[in-house]
Design a protein around this ligand. Structure first.
Ligand SMILES: Nc1ncnc2c1ncn2[C@@H]1O[C@H](COP(=O)(O)OP(=O)(O)OP(=O)(O)O)[C@@H](O)[C@H]1O
Length: 259
């Protein structure tokens, strides 16, 4: 096997309890961000390995995922909140397994899709953001407070009463993000969130990602987004071909693309 020192090897299961944990300051206290762990994961469609033998721990707060079309990035991102289940292997968020604890994991790990139209359900913005909160059994007044807070945090309070089908693409993407953030997840996974945005909205969205207190894991072809990230994975043909700081990962990806 070729020596690939840049690829992080998974910690052994016995070390799991002692692994360094990320601490997050929330509501006046430090809370632990659970580690995301993929162990020997394969995803297979029609007898074809789309992801193969992925073993990795994700602890950082800003993680990018890049790679060529069809490499397996979306599939990898969808494993992280149980939208896709591994054909073999396991995905854990802290102690929760995506196979067994789908509901709890969806609350902890929010997902923002490339096309916000796939995510927006209700005809009015504030109702759309409140929609997911009903499943949390929050009383109505608390839901209203949560919606107003989230709109305020994203500086889109002016959109509260708008009909969702009249929003621009950039506004729709912000509303989709608001509906995820209102659930107060610990991690937000973004699958190519800026692809449909013009330059101005792309930069605005990039700023919102940078400001998030949550862990953000971003699949993207927009390499500029990744500049300040802590870690970037390069996915090639269903494997993690490189894992390291953004500049090195992007250099690896550029070199691979030119080969
Ligand atoms: N539900 C599915 N059924 C069959 N094949 C699938 C399914 N989902 C993904 N694939 C295949 O798996 C491979 C990886 O797809 P994936 O969407 O993860 O790639 P990607 O790296 O995100 O690509 P892109 O950058 O083009 O979005 C592709 O060949 C795709 O056709």
């Amino acid at each position: 096997m070729v020596n690939q020192p840049w690829i992080k090897r998974p910690r052994s299961a016995s070390k799991r309890c002692c692994a360094a944990k990320r601490l997050e300051y929330r509501a006046g206290a430090f809370v632990e961000l659970p580690s995301i762990r993929l162990e020997n994961v394969f995803v297979r469609y029609d007898n074809r390995d789309v992801l193969q033998q992925i073993s990795i721990d994700l602890d950082e707060k800003r993680i990018g995922i890049i790679g060529a079309n069809g490499a397996g990035k979306s599939t990898l991102s969808r494993l992280l909140n149980g939208l896709v289940l591994p054909t073999e292997g396991t995905v854990h968020i802290g102690e929760l397994n995506t196979r067994e604890h789908a509901k709890q994991i969806r609350r902890q790990v929010g997902f923002v899709f490339q096309n916000p139209a796939n995510q927006i359900i209700m005809p009015i913005v504030s109702d759309d953001i409140a929609f997911g909160l009903k499943n949390l059994s929050l009383p109505k007044n608390e839901r209203q407070v949560r919606v107003a807070q989230t709109l305020g945090e994203l500086n889109i309070s002016h959109l509260a009463d708008r009909e969702t089908h009249t929003l621009s693409g950039g506004e729709q993407q912000m509303v989709a993000l608001a509906s995820v953030l209102a659930m107060r997840p610990q991690t937000v996974v973004f699958d190519e969130p800026t692809t449909m945005l013009d330059l101005r909205n792309r930069l605005a969205f990039q700023k919102e990602i940078a400001k998030l207190s949550q862990r953000a894991i971003v699949v993207t072809h927009d390499l500029e987004i990744l500049e300040d990230f802590e870690r970037v994975l390069v996915v090639t043909d269903g494997t993690i071909a490189f894992d390291g700081p953004p500049a090195d990962a992007i250099a690896h990806y550029r070199q691979w693309s030119h080969a």
